[in-house]
Design a protein around this ligand. Structure first.
Ligand code: HEM
Length: 188
């Protein structure tokens, strides 16, 4: 698989991250109050705060913390020649000024990780983790991921978390969730 260098894309993504839509998949029903024990709660939970990138909108603090990490991680991946070749569809769109795929990926990844950490108000309705990472079912995935690719993805996620000053104990917990998905994402 061809590796890609997308330095100009980073600047574009920087702009894009400021323009991300606040729309998310909000669950129809309200959850029972949680006892503050999930990772999502530790990240800020359901407390509503002003969304810094969408004037007038509110966002759960836990989701905002996760979205910040995801968006930083997408930046890191875009510049990471070890794995950015898997994201050629996305990056060529962004290069042309089409941010729709970027917005969708940010939303989907944020919602997925929110749910995986215990969020109740957001429901992931994207592709299954298998189908999302099989080029046969997701043409946006350029080639299957190897174990080395997965390791690179994890290190980029840690870098994204560190950029947002996420405490190391939380990064460790996030790492365990991500690691549990390795055999589904790596299909070769
Ligand atoms: C546990 C780790 C991972 C998680 C939780 C994850 C999650 C996701 C999610 C939620 C999507 C969106 C699916 C949809 O559009 O419905 C996605 C898409 C994608 N993932 Fe992953 N992923 C992981 C690891 C990886 C790795 C290791 C690679 C390759 C290095 C990768 C490459 C991609 C690509 C190329 C797409 C399509 C991006 C686009 O929409 O243009 N992912 N992933």
């Amino acid at each position: 698989m061809k590796k890609a260098t997308f330095l100009p894309v980073i600047a574009i993504i920087a702009i894009a991250s400021l323009m991300l839509s606040a729309c998310s998949k909000k669950a129809a029903s309200n959850p029972a109050p949680t006892m503050g024990t999930t990772l999502y709660d530790t990240l800020g939970g359901t407390t509503l705060v002003a969304d810094p990138t969408h004037q007038g909108a509110m966002i759960e603090k836990g989701r905002l913390a996760i979205r910040n990490v995801i968006d930083s991680t997408i930046f890191v991946i875009a510049a990471d020649s070890r794995i950015n070749g898997h994201f050629t569809v996305l990056l060529s769109e962004v290069t042309k000024g089409d941010l729709s795929g970027f917005t969708d990926l940010s939303e989907n990844l944020t919602t997925f990780v929110s749910g995986a950490t215990g969020a109740k108000d957001y429901i992931y309705i994207g592709l299954s983790m298998h189908d999302a990472h099989d080029p046969a079912t997701n043409p946006r995935m350029n080639g299957k991921a190897t174990n080395a690719d997965f390791d690179a993805f994890v290190s980029d996620l840690v870098a994204g978390a560190n950029k947002n000053k996420v405490p190391s104990a939380i990064i460790t917990s996030l790492g365990k969730i991500v690691e549990s998905l390795r055999t589904t994402v790596v299909q070769m």
